[in-house]
Design a protein around this ligand. Structure first.
Ligand code: ADP
Ligand code: MG
Length: 875
């Protein structure tokens, strides 16, 4: 290769391209390798564990680091780079090196980023691959747009809450691989990036490009094209990015139906994590089990994506939930056929991704054959599904399973019967589809036959039985004669090559036939390339339609999975309505139930707006409080996702926001005190929650010393009860709270039963009404193996505290006097009973005359008011 004699011009070309693609890792094609130089080479060597070499680039002998990967394996390496969050520009040789004068022309032919890939090898799994764009204004809520270019889905809207936290929470359900961000001021950018890094450590972050004009948006997303859906700034920035990275795909995006209609239940990022819906709380824990993992018995790639989306975006619309439930019910009712359906579904490949690769021109012939087979299966499933179907959703889906008119027949007439085995020369088309290809194939066959005839004719003529026609890459066709027979070689044989045991010849006739073979092959190649491009163009026009079929496949699969789970695990259909009740009989934790089996103890839930909207759980560690709260949250998520649930019976009044705060280990060590963390979490909830929310607060007041924590816990509880009026479950180790709870009209205490036996305590995990009087902390410590001496000391101390503590008295007082006074007393640590109270206690009303009683009462009232005001003013 002429250019490899000196590195300098090559490096100059490389630097020129590198300058046009700042921030990209440039993979630069040189011969059979994709090379990198300088810092990129060091980076590549480190990240991919490939060899770092160095070559002298100039007369001074300065050595340039180089590292490369073989071109045939580039996909695998790309996958690893992209998953590590790099943006890669692939620079190819765009002219044939054999004909290049001097340096081969090179251009960037594609840019690969985590959010814009379509190859399965790079994507690494069937999960959604979201690219998002967010805009964070100086105040108030931001907005987002999210697209999965491999399925065509495009979502957009305002953030669920204000500031970076609101945006991060909204994005959590998407688990974006790449985030384009815009913040209007520097401080805002820092806060935003910090929040994004924390929540999505493996996502690629990039400053968003300037937005395109509305008129340059994909047709489906232009303002007005989808009724009230206006394009937003994030939409237009997303389009600007895709215009560079995936220009061919951009026009096909956003044409699938967005969501299956209806409002969604807002699950903020913390709730998703605390309930372990799509990822385990501790991502490094290999045994970390999620709700999605436990529920994922889908059989197709789109089915898996749909399920993941449903569980992270449950509905908050009774009608839409009921439609899903009816579809599940319909599958359950046709239970005998269900497994047959699922077996058929299983054979359907990831149609939408194949379609995306058609548009991106990265599709292999066998994939189109798989596309055809998959569409055929979808179509026949749709027809069967439509027969006697009563669920409106399933009837609609049955229709959506029908592939676009003409596409299947086009693929049927164009493509050969089945997938070509890899080692066979592929025939791209079925005979008859491309007459010019067929003609060239005929010509090739004729010429090959003549070549065979030529061999036997020369054997005949020369009398050399072992004479053979052969072929190699360098010399093409030849006639081979072994050494012993050379004497009989006729004069019209021209020598071309000598090998160990033979000589190789050519003849005019052989060259003539060879030329015809090569010409035919070239003819096949060009004719096929033209027709292949035509076929891809035709299929590309149907990309959005294929996306819709694929989406329907996913939805049918997810619904069938719910039915399958209901059948095989005995789940029941919850009644979801507009009430504010939450009633569950024998509910089980959906994940733990699978792990513990018979050992799991079912429990009831009985929330009801007027008298029991709040439940306060106390009791020892390990008794089951956290598990129960998660169970309630997960059952609501499942019910509103349309699934049947592990319970005997359930009635779920619609929840529109679910807040869950549990544990706090994940935030400690990030420089915040646990109290600060808890307070900001509580603040978030108190700000955002409303009457339709469900709030699960574990270890209320955990983060601080007794009195601060207790006071704030009480005030929080009071606010949730009186003002927010949300359904809520709270767990706390402040036994003092249980006393206070008795004074609230719609709150109840509960705890988990414990049996005390000679062998110590046994947790029964059974929910019982009322508060516990003991925390069993010492018992738990004993179970955990704390030495006896320490335990004995603890027992002594505990006894002293219990007999001397002022807190229970204060708490009892508070119950009678109301919250203002409560707080005052609790906050002044060690305060004894209020003097007015003490006096009241001493009074005997029966022995007071009426005027005395009135005077005493006035006096007491004056002192009580003065004291309360005084304490309120005091710092
Ligand atoms: P707490 O929050 O009260 O400390 P957890 O909810 O963390 O207790 O439960 C502790 C352990 O008890 C769990 O890890 C689980 O193994 C077991 N457990 C909890 N609830 C149940 C139940 N209903 N049935 C069976 N085992 C349970
Ligand atoms: Mg707990």
């Amino acid at each position: 290769m002429p250019e490899s004699s000196s590195l300098t011009p090559l490096l100059e070309q490389y630097q020129g391209i590198k300058a046009r693609y700042p921030g990209h890792l440039v993979l630069f094609r040189v011969g059979d390798f994709y090379e990198t130089f300088g810092d990129d080479a060091r980076l590549l060597a480190r990240e991919l564990d490939v060899v770092l070499t160095a070559r002298s680039a100039d007369a001074l002998g300065i050595r340039t680091p180089m590292a490369g990967v073989p071109h045939h394996a580039v996909e695998t390496y790309l996958g690893r780079l992209v998953r590590k969050g790099y943006k890669v520009a692939i620079c190819d040789q765009v002219e044939d090196a054999r004909f290049a004068k001097g340096l081969v022309r090179r251009e960037v032919t594609r840019v690969v980023t985590p959010g814009t890939v379509v190859e399965d090898g790079i994507l690494g799994g069937p999960e959604h691959n979201f690219l998002v764009s967010i805009v964070a204004p100086p105040t108030g809520a931001g907005s987002y747009a999210a697209v999965d270019i491999t399925t065509g889905e495009w979502y957009h809207g305002p953030a669920d809450g204000p500031g970076p936290d609101g945006l991060v929470s909204t994005l959590a359900a998407f688990q974006p691989r790449e985030i384009l961000w815009t913040a209007s001021e520097e401080s805002g950018a820092i806060a935003l990036l910090t929040a994004l890094r924390r929540e999505f450590p493996s996502a690629r972050l990039e400053a968003a490009p300037a937005p395109v004009a509305d008129g340059e948006m994909p047709v489906a997303l232009r303002s007005g094209a989808l009724g009230p859906a206006e394009t937003t700034e994030p939409d237009r920035r997303l389009a600007a990015y895709l215009r560079v990275t995936q220009p061919r795909l951009l026009p096909h995006l956003g044409l699938v139906e967005r969501g299956s209609g209806g409002r969604r239940l807002v699950l903020d990022a913390k709730t998703l994590r605390h309930l372990e819906i799509n990822r385990p709380m501790n991502p490094d824990d290999p045994k970390g089990v999620t709700l999605l993992g436990t529920w994922d018995e889908t059989v197709t790639a789109p089915g898996r994506r749909t399920l993941a989306f449903w569980l992270t975006n449950p509905l908050a619309d009774v009608g839409a939930i009921v439609r899903r439930q009816e579809a599940v019910q319909s599958f359950v009712d046709r239970g005998a056929e269900l497994e047959g359906w699922r077996a058929r579904l299983r054979s359907i490949p990831d149609l939408s991704r194949i379609a995306a690769r058609v548009a991106g021109r990265r599709v292999r012939p066998n994939e189109l054959i798989a596309l055809r087979a998959g569409l055929e299966t979808a179509e026949s499933l749709g027809r069967k599904l439509a027969e006697g179907e009563r669920s409106t959703r399933l009837s609609a889906l049955a229709g959506e399973l029908a592939p676009p008119a003409g596409l299947v027949s086009l693929l049927r007439t164009a493509l050969p019967e089945g997938p070509t085995p890899v080692d066979e020369a592929p025939e791209l088309f079925r005979p008859g589809h491309a007459p010019e290809v067929d003609r060239w194939r005929d010509a090739e066959r004729t010429a090959l036959t003549e070549m065979a005839a030529l061999e036997s004719a020369e054997q005949e003529a020369t009398g050399i039985r072992t004479l053979k026609v052969g072929y190699n890459q360098v010399f093409g066709y030849y006639i081979e004669v072994t050494k012993p027979h050379l004497a009989r070689v006729p004069p019209h044989f021209r020598r071309r090559q000598t090998v160990a045991q033979a000589e190789r010849f050519t003849t005019d006739r052989l060259e003539e036939v060879e030329r015809r073979i090569l010409e035919a092959r070239e003819g096949i190649r060009t004719a096929e390339a033209v027709r292949w491009e035509e076929l891809l163009d035709a299929v590309e026009r149907q990309v959005p339609a294929v996306h819709r079929v694929s989406r329907a496949v996913g939805e049918v699969d997810a619904l069938a999975t719910f039915a399958h789970l209901a059948q095989s695990r005995g789940y029941v259909r919850p009644t979801v309505d507009d009430s504010s009740a939450l009633v569950v009989r024998d509910g089980r934790h959906p994940v733990l139930d699978r792990l513990l089996g018979e050992g799991f103890v079912p429990n009831d839930t009985d929330l009801e707006p007027a008298t029991r909207r709040m439940l306060v759980l106390t009791g020892p560690n390990m008794s089951g409080k956290s598990t129960y709260m998660r169970q309630v949250g997960l059952l609501v998520v499942l019910a509103q996702a349309g699934s049947f649930i592990p319970a005997k019976f359930a009635r779920v009044g619609l929840v529109t926001q679910l807040f869950t705060r549990m544990g706090f280990t994940d935030e400690i060590g990030r420089g915040k005190s646990s109290f600060m963390v808890e307070m900001s979490e509580v603040a978030e909830i108190l700000r955002a929650a409303d009457e339709r929310s469900l709030i699960l607060l574990d270890e209320v007041g955990r983060g601080t010393s007794t009195f601060d924590g207790l006071a704030i816990a009480w005030a929080t509880l009071r606010h949730l009860h009186d003002t927010t009026r949300a359904r809520s479950l709270l767990a706390t180790h402040y036994h003092q709270l249980t006393d206070l709870v008795r004074g609230l009209s719609a709150a109840q205490n509960a705890h988990f039963a414990v049996r005390e036996g000679p062998e110590g305590i046994v947790f029964l995990h059974r929910l019982v009404p009322g508060a516990t009087d003991r925390s069993y902390g010492v018992h738990v410590a004993r179970l955990a193996g704390v030495p006896e001496g320490v335990l004995a000391e603890a027992e002594r101390l505990l006894h002293r505290l219990e007999t001397e503590s002022v807190v229970p008295t204060a708490a009892k007082t508070a119950r009678r006097r109301g919250p203002r006074y409560t707080q005052a007393v609790l906050l002044s640590e060690g305060a004894a009973e209020h003097p007015v109270l003490a006096e009241l206690r001493r009074l005997d009303p029966d022995r007071l005359s009426a005027p005395d009683a009135a005077r005493t009462l006035r006096d007491l009232k004056r002192r009580a008011t003065a004291d309360a005001d005084g304490e309120e003013r005091a710092p």
